[in-house]
Design a binder for this molecule. Structure first.
Ligand code: ZN
Length: 68
């Protein structure tokens, strides 16, 4: 059963059936950026990105209050 992987470097999703070695991204050839594709993990990644955005906005707001 092929496992789906996603490359964190170029966002390319592919399936890897081999049992030897690390799955390699067919697009950019990296192995270290390849992660198993999991929809729930992807969802939490999106939430983490939004959290980062909100954190930056919050810090920017604080900086505005302190330095104006
Ligand atoms: Zn890649």
């Amino acid at each position: 059963m092929p496992t789906s992987y996603v490359c964190a470097d170029c966002d390319y999703e592919f399936s890897f059936e081999g049992t030897e070695g690390d799955p390699r991204c067919p697009k950019c050839g990296r192995t270290e950026a390849v992660e198993p594709a999991d929809t729930s993990a992807l969802q939490s990644d999106i939430w983490r990105q939004w959290l980062v955005v909100f954190a930056i906005l919050f810090i920017a707001g604080l900086a505005y209050v302190f330095y104006r």
